[in-house]
Design a protein around this ligand. Structure first.
Ligand code: GLN
Length: 172
C-alpha cells in the first residue's frame, strides 16, 4: 500500500535497520510471537525509545496489541511496548465473528465510509485523556485510536484498496 502511494519501504528485522526508517508499522500476526521475537532480536527497547522520542508508530491488530499500556486476555508475561494509554482486549470477538468486515464512518478520513477487515481482532478499551478515538463499531466499541504520533487499529487497512488510513499515518 505504501509503495503504491509512492513511499520508500524497508523491513525492520534487526535493531540496526531502525536507523533507516523515520516511521514504523507493526503489522498483524500473533502478538505473543511478535513480542517474543522483539525481545529475542533486541528490538523492544529500541522501538520503544524511538517512539518515545517522537517517531510515528502504527500498529495494526497484533501491532496495536503490542502498543497498548495493558493487554487484556493476553498470555501471562506477554512482552509488549506499552506505549499507548489504551487497553487492548485480545481476540475480543466471538467465534462466528472471529473475522468479519464492516463499513465504518471515520471522521478523520473524510465522509466516505471505510471498508474494514477484522481478523481475530482486538478491541481497544479505556482510552486515557491523551487518546483520540478514531473509529468505533455500531455498538460503540473502539477499533482505532491515536495518541499523538501513535496510531492503533484493530483492523487491516492494507487488505483493502482504501489508502486513506495509510495517508493519515504518513501525515502524523
Ligand atoms: N489474534 C491476534 C493476537 O492476539 C491478532 C490477529 C491479527 O493480527 N490479525 O495477537
Amino acid at each position: 500500500m505504501l509503495e503504491r502511494i509512492g513511499v520508500a519501504v524497508t523491513e525492520v528485522r534487526q535493531p540496526k535497520h531502525l536507523a533507516h526508517v523515520e516511521r514504523l508499522i507493526i503489522p498483524g500476526g500473533e502478538s505473543t510471537t511478535i513480542g517474543r521475537l522483539m525481545v529475542l532480536y533486541e528490538l523492544l527497547e529500541p522501538i520503544r525509545a524511538r517512539a518515545q522520542a517522537g517517531m510515528p508508530l502504527w500498529g495494526t491488530c497484533a501491532g496495536a496489541i503490542l502498543m497498548a499500556r495493558q493487554i487484556a486476555d493476553g498470555k501471562p508475561g506477554q512482552p509488549a511496548l506499552e506505549l499507548m494509554d489504551i487497553v487492548a482486549r485480545r481476540n475480543a470477538f466471538g467465534r462466528q465473528l472471529d473475522s468479519f468486515e464492516a463499513d465504518l464512518l471515520i471522521d478523520a478520513l473524510g465522509d466516505a465510509p471505510m471498508h474494514t477487515v477484522f481478523i481475530r481482532a482486538p478491541i481497544l478499551e479505556q482510552p486515557g485523556p491523551a487518546v483520540e478515538v478514531l473509529a468505533v463499531l455500531d455498538d460503540g466499541r473502539i477499533v482505532a485510536a491515536r495518541q499523538n504520533r501513535l496510531l492503533a487499529s484493530s483492523f487491516h487497512p492494507e487488505l483493502t484498496d482504501d489508502d486513506r488510513m495509510h495517508r493519515f499515518f504518513l501525515e502524523l
